[in-house]
Each structure stands twice: as C-alpha cells, then as structure tokens.
Design a protein around this ligand. Structure first.
Ligand code: UDX
Ligand code: UDX
Length: 458
C-alpha cells in the first residue's frame, strides 16, 4: 500500500524520536522519517539499544521501524521527499556574544531552515516542534521565502509538551495538542493537515488552534509556570526546616484547593532538565529586549531560587557533617534530572557533585540508567569519583547517602543492610523526600529530609 503522506523530522533527540515514533504508530498510512546530522545517534535508533531511555518507547519503535518509521542520515533526500517537515533540533542557551547565558542559540535552527530551502523541490508544511523564542516563525518564513521558484512554505508552531520519563503516555494521551498558524487560506489548510494527523488518536476537543505567536509563547509560559510552582514550594522548605512545619503536609493542604491543584508540588533539591532554565531565561531575555525589566526580574527569580535551593542542599550537608566533608565518602543515589530517564541535562546532581568535590569529598555515584551520561558530565573534573550501578555496593563504606533522583527502586532497598556497611555516624540527605524517614532513623541513620524536621541521634 503506498503511503498517503511523507513526514520528515529533522532532529532525532528526546523530542523528535519519541514524537515521530508515536505518529508512525498511530498513523500507519503515513511514512515517517527521522533524520539527524549525528550518524551515531541514527545508528543507535536503528539498533535494539535506543539512544534514550523512555518507558514504553522501545515497544513502539520496534513495532514500526522498517515499516513506516525510518531513521536516516540522508537529510537532503528526506527533505526532497517530504510534504510535512517537523523541526526538532536543539535550541540551547547561547554561550557567546549578545545574550550569552540567556538567549536561545538559533544557529541549528537557521541552518536547518536553509537546508530545507536548498533541497526543496516542492511546497511544504514546516512545523516548529522545538521550543523557540516567540516570533521565530517570522524569521523562518523570511528565510524560506528566499526561494526563486514558486515553491511555498507554510510555517506552523506545534510545541511539544511531553515530559521525559512519561513521554509515551504524554504523547498518547496529551492534555492538549496546540497548533499555531497564520490565518491565511494556506495557513489554515496546513493547520488542517496537522489536525488530521493528531485526530487519528487525540480527541478533537483536545486539539486546539491559535495564532502562531500565541502558540510559540504558550510553550515558554507553560514551562515558566511549571518551574515557578516547584520554585514556590521549594522557597518554603527552609522556613519549614526552621519552624518544624512539614512541607509535605503543607503541600497536601494547599494542593486540595481545587484552584491550585495537587500536581508539581513535590519539594526537591531543585528542578532540572533541558527545558525549564533555558526557557525561562529565554523569556527573561525577551522581556528585557522589549524593555520589560520588572517582568524579567520576576521570572528570573524563579531560576535564582532554584540555584539557591541546590546550594542550600550542599550547605546543609556540610553543616550536618560537622562542617567538613574532606575525604568523606558520599554516595549519590541517582544522577538523572528526574526518575525514569537517562537524561542528565541540567540535573541538580551535576551542581551538587561539583560542589561536594569542591569541599574535597569523595563521590560514589549510582543510577540505574544515567551512569554513562554522569561520566560525561563530570569528565575532566578534579576529584575522586566512582560510578557503581548497584546501590548496595555503591554505598558500602560511605559516610553519607544523598538522594538526587526519585527512582522507585530506592524506596524498597534493604536499608538495614546498607546501614551496616556504612561508616558511622551514617547520614542520609533525602533530596526528593521519597524515603521512609522515621524507619531510617530507627535503623540508626541521621536523616535530613527537605523541608521537614531532621531526625538525628545527637
Ligand atoms: C528538544 C527541542 O528541540 C528543544 O527546543 C526543546 O526545548 C527540548 O526538546 P531535544 O529533543 O531534547 O530538544 O534535543 P536533543 O536530544 O539534543 O535533540 C536534538 C537533535 O537534533 C540532536 O540529535 C542533534 O544531533 C540534532 N540536530 C541538531 C540536527 O539534526 N541538525 C542540526 O543542525 C542540529
Ligand atoms: C518539562 C515539562 O513538564 C514539559 O511539559 C515540557 O515539554 C518540557 O519540560 P521535563 O523537563 O521533561 O518536562 O520534566 P518535568 O517532569 O517537568 O520535571 C522537571 C524537573 O522538575 C525535574 O528535575 C523534576 O524532578 C522536578 N520536579 C518536578 C520537582 O522537583 N517537583 C515536582 O513536583 C515536579
């Protein structure tokens, strides 16, 4: 059976890979090709051991790969054949020049737009999947209008709201799919093409449309609000520690207010991930560019309190362990920025590791999926670090355990056994509040949760 449409995605990353796998899975009549400039990544997508860990992903990739889902390095051919092109290349924070440390680095995006222009032989729909600063579509339209023949490109915004670790569930049952387009006849027609794809599995009322700028901005605002919620709850953890209030009880009480809701109120050692910081800093930069300094300051505060939360965690460790960590062995439970992913981008564990090494502690890092990334992140950093997958072996002979990631497996470990193998007094710093603190205290540990009274034997 010939395919009814050719879909291309440029960028085989955490967003492009799973999103295209889901489209291929739900729309067998479309041919979906994912290309990337990185041949190693493409080779990994074509093997059993996928380049990213995401629960449920391997199942849908295996069932579609080679049938209507293809991973390739042939960007030129992919562009020529496609009617719809999703752009899912990364947009990191700029590290140089104007806006360094704040603005989005759009070099990959622009290179991609120029590649599309160069190789296209027919009109196409171009979909911004990556998170871009508002009005990027305008620049993309400008570049794509440089064509000398009568090829026409419709640029749409379709931001991805999936969270890592739950990507497959989020893609299959999204809260909403947002499609932003121009209100021109061809813009609306292009939008309808995209609606048709998603309507194969998403209920119609969850597919919403808007103007293209609202769509671009909504993604940034959504991430800013989510991060703000965690920063807000985290901003009360120090006060709880001082007053013997318990942040979990506070979160439960406020979360039952239906106006607030109970999600994203888990206090932590700080939020991480590739998106929150980058997107808020982009927003801050945009605001400053438009002369909106008060608004910029307000949102910058969300990032600042997060940096402070990570530093506070380290200072609490130093002070609890008699004001010195020199030569003490500290075991980090988890390195991923959250559970169920191998991703460590902006993981609080990176900051904490560097700071603990500054204090001249020795580190033992354990994580069920993220050890390879951890090694890359800490490559070349001075200090003694070992990487051990088994948490029992990792904590053997350590002075302290610090929980970085809320992996389910850590909740059911035999902590009596772990306690016996550790140096005494043994400390646990639970940066995710996932362990049974009273139980650990009864075993003999000195327990330091986040935003709750400490439980110590001295
Ligand atoms: C995505 C979005 O693109 C980003 O804007 C959003 O905020 C977070 O999610 P992600 O999929 O996580 O990024 O990025 P990454 O895993 O780094 O994947 C991007 C891929 O694009 C990489 O594999 C990279 O090799 C590829 N790429 C980059 C190209 O194929 N061409 C380029 O020119 C640049
Ligand atoms: C986020 C958004 O949720 C998603 O919609 C968007 O598309 C991309 O950015 P992601 O970064 O993958 O997704 O993970 P998310 O679940 O939002 O977690 C981000 C960070 O916040 C993690 O470090 C997580 O551990 C932390 N977090 C989350 C908390 O500390 N407390 C919470 O209550 C929730």
């Amino acid at each position: 059976m010939p395919f009814s449409k050719n879909i291309l995605c440029i960028g085989a990353g955490y967003v492009g890979g799973p999103t295209m796998a889901m489209i291929a899975h739900k729309c067998p009549h479309y041919k979906v090709t994912v290309v990337d400039i990185n041949p190693k990544r493409i080779a990994e997508w074509n093997f059993d051991d996928l380049p990213i860990y995401e629960p449920g992903l391997d199942k849908i990739v295996t069932s579609t790969r080679g049938k209507n889902l293809f991973f390739s390095t042939e960007i030129e051919r992919g562009i020529k054949e496609a009617e719809i092109i999703f752009v899912s290349v990364n947009t990191p924070v700029k590290t140089f020049g104007a806006g360094a440390g704040m603005a989005a680095d759009l070099q990959y995006w622009e290179k991609t737009a120029r590649q599309i222009l160069k190789y296209s032989e027919s009109s196409k729909i171009i979909v911004e999947k990556s998170t871009f600063p508002v009005r990027t579509a305008f620049a993309m339209e400008r570049i794509l209008s440089l064509t000398e023949n009568d090829i026409h490109f419709d640029v749409l915004s379709n931001p991805e709201f999936l969270a890592e670790g739950t990507a497959i569930k989020d893609l299959e049952y999204p809260d909403r799919v947002l499609l932003g387009s121009r209100e021109t006849p061809s813009g609306v027609k292009a939008r309808d093409e995209l609606v048709k794809i998603y309507a194969s599995w998403v209920p119609k009322e969850r597919i919403i449309t808007s103007n293209i700028w609202s769509s671009e901005l909504s993604k940034l605002v959504a991430n800013a609000f989510l991060a703000q919620r965690i920063s807000s709850i985290n901003s009360f953890t120090a006060l709880c520690e001082k007053t013997e209030a318990d942040i979990t009880e506070v979160a439960r009480a406020i979360g039952m207010d239906s106006r607030l809701g109970n999600k994203f109120l888990n206090s932590s050692l700080g939020w991480g991930g590739s998106c929150f910081k980058k997107d808020i800093l982009n927003l801050v930069y945009l605001c400053r560019n438009y002369g909106l300094s008060k608004e910029a300051d307000y949102w910058e505060g969300v990032v600042r309190i997060n940096e402070y939360q990570k530093e506070r965690f380290v200072l609490n460790m130093v002070s609890a362990m008699f004001n010195t960590l020199v030569s003490k062995k500290i075991c980090l439970f988890g390195f991923a920025f959250k559970a169920n992913t191998s991703d460590t981008r902006e993981s609080p564990a990176i900051f904490i590791s560097k700071r603990l090494l500054d204090e001249k502690a020795e580190l033992v890092i354990t994580d069920p999926k993220a050890l390879d990334n951890a090694m890359t992140d800490l490559d070349g950093i001075d200090g003694k670090i070992s990487y051990i997958e088994d948490p029992y072996e990792a904590s053997d002979g350590c002075d302290a355990i610090a929980v970085m990631t809320e992996w389910e497996i850590y909740k059911s470990l035999d902590f009596e056994k772990i306690y016996r193998s550790m140096v005494k007094p043994a400390f646990i710093f639970d940066g995710r509040n996932i362990l049974d603190h009273k139980g650990l205290f009864d075993i003999g540990f000195n327990v330091f949760p986040i935003g709750k009274p400490v439980l110590t034997h001295f």
